[in-house]
Design a protein around this ligand. Structure first.
Ligand code: HEM
Length: 407
């Protein structure tokens, strides 16, 4: 498909147009106040992006699901007008495209190669192994010590090691893929920095795919190679998606969830007293925190009426998951963290055909990591004042840079 100049959407009668992404306000767990205002006053509105282009912002739960469930909105980043949220994101989507940025049937064909690995039954079978990994990192973190950075010693290594085991990537190389992932997910990265990081990671994974041709194992990369349908580069791009999506998201959710619970002591106490609430509590934390903070992007490929506006082919759309997850029409007292709430309708994993492939794994990891952390460290608390915690407003996945804790 060819790219051309994006269509500029016509301004609506009362444009609340603001620059996207916007800055968060007082509570670091809440979406930016201007997003919440948009959801209440003009739930589908125009915003301007870093490159001066304008795109539609969709903020209500129902509208987000409508867009993500409708084939007239494409995830294919080669379509004219596709909204890129930074220069780096544009570079990544064009340089190293993976099925998250494709439409069916290509998307479905590639995704199907992996669905068997991520169905609930297969993932549940990993429970004992994930529990071992969690206990192991907690042992290392706590032996002979009373404080640590929860991000670098627990939240990040647990999902990194698990996704390495699933893919067949040596965990010893975690410095390389964690460094590259950090560049790929940072909205401040330039196109050059993104190109370098993506080439380095794809090169590494291509080399690994080559090695698996000669010495295969039981893991995903070997099995993708053995199918003989994909080039080494295609295997590498798919693995890059899994590797990056598979550790940064869960890692940030683990650390941010811990912080949110520490800031809501009544909820923390309830979860400690009733550990059987953990599954629902994880759904609630996914809803409340919505770590994919800038939402998910699509472009209209046909004219669609939405929220009283006409969205024309070639106009971009950003579906904001954070405001959809705070929609009071769906969730009562949405700004409260309530570990006993039924939060199952949240859209933190997206919606429609691109809904997160790894969600059973993310759920399993979060349930085990949080339950074990709270059980084993009953005195867990922050080691620094809350005001000193640094958040990650510029990353595709929201979280904290470090979480100094003591117990
Ligand atoms: C808390 C953790 C996670 C969150 C919040 C999350 C969120 C999301 C979201 C919102 C999407 C939809 C993107 C879109 O529609 O454009 C997505 C897609 C995806 N996620 Fe996750 N994710 C998480 C964990 C994981 C894990 C652990 C893996 C892999 C092992 C993974 C792999 C994927 C893949 C491959 C896609 C693309 C699916 C497709 O295009 O069909 N994610 N994720």
């Amino acid at each position: 498909m060819t790219t051309s100049t994006p269509a500029t959407p016509a301004a609506p009668a009362t444009p609340p147009s603001f620059a996207f992404p916007a800055e968060r306000g007082g509570c670091p767990f809440d979406p930016a106040p201007v997003y919440e205002q948009a959801r209440k006053e003009q739930p589908t509105c125009l915003v301007s992006l870093w490159d001066g282009s304008r795109t539609w912002l969709v903020t209500r739960h129902e509208d987000v699901r409508t867009v993500l469930g409708d084939r007239r909105f494409s995830a294919d980043a080669t379509n004219p007008g596709f909204p890129f949220l930074s220069a780096g994101r544009r570079e990544l989507a064009t340089r190293s495209p993976s099925f998250i940025r494709m439409d069916d049937p290509e998307h479905a064909h590639l995704r199907r190669m992996l669905t068997g690995d991520f169905i609930v039954k297969r993932v549940e079978a990993l429970r004992p192994r994930v529990q071992e990994v969690v206990d192991d990192f907690l042992d290392r973190m706590t032996t002979d010590r009373t404080s640590a950075d929860l991000v670098s010693e627990f939240a990040l290594p647990v999902p990194s090691l698990v996704i390495c085991l699933l893919l067949g990537v040596p965990y010893e190389d975690h410095d390389l893929f964690q460094r590259c992932s950090a560049v790929l997910l940072d909205s401040r990265s330039t196109a050059d920095q993104t190109r370098q990081a993506s080439d380095e990671l794809v090169g590494y994974l291509e080399h690994l795919a080559g090695e698996k041709e000669h010495s295969p194992d039981e893991a995903i990369i070997s099995r993708l190679v053995a199918r003989g349908e994909l080039s080494r580069q295609e295997v590498a791009r798919m693995s890059l998606l899994l590797l990056v999506a598979g550790h940064e998201t869960t890692a940030n959710m683990t650390a941010l969830s811990t912080l949110a619970l520490l800031r809501n002591p009544d909820q923390l106490a309830r979860l400690r007293a009733e550990p059987q609430l953990i599954k629902g509590a994880v759904e609630e934390l996914l809803r409340y925190l919505s770590v994919v903070q800038a939402g998910v992007t699509r472009v209209a490929v046909e004219t669609v009426e939405l929220g009283g506006h006409t969205i024309r082919a070639g106009e971009g759309v950003v579906c904001l998951l954070s405001t959809a997850n705070r929609d009071e029409g769906v969730f009562g007292t949405p700004d409260d963290l309530d570990v006993a709430r039924d939060a199952r309708r949240h859209v933190a994993f997206g919606f429609g055909v691109h809904q997160c492939l790894g969600q059973p794994l993310a759920r399993l990891e979060l349930q085990i990591a949080l339950e074990t952390l709270l059980r084993r460290l009953p005195g867990l608390r922050l080691a620094v004042p809350f005001e000193e915690i640094e958040f990650r407003p510029d990353m595709a996945v929201y979280g904290v840079k470090a979480l100094p804790v003591t117990w």
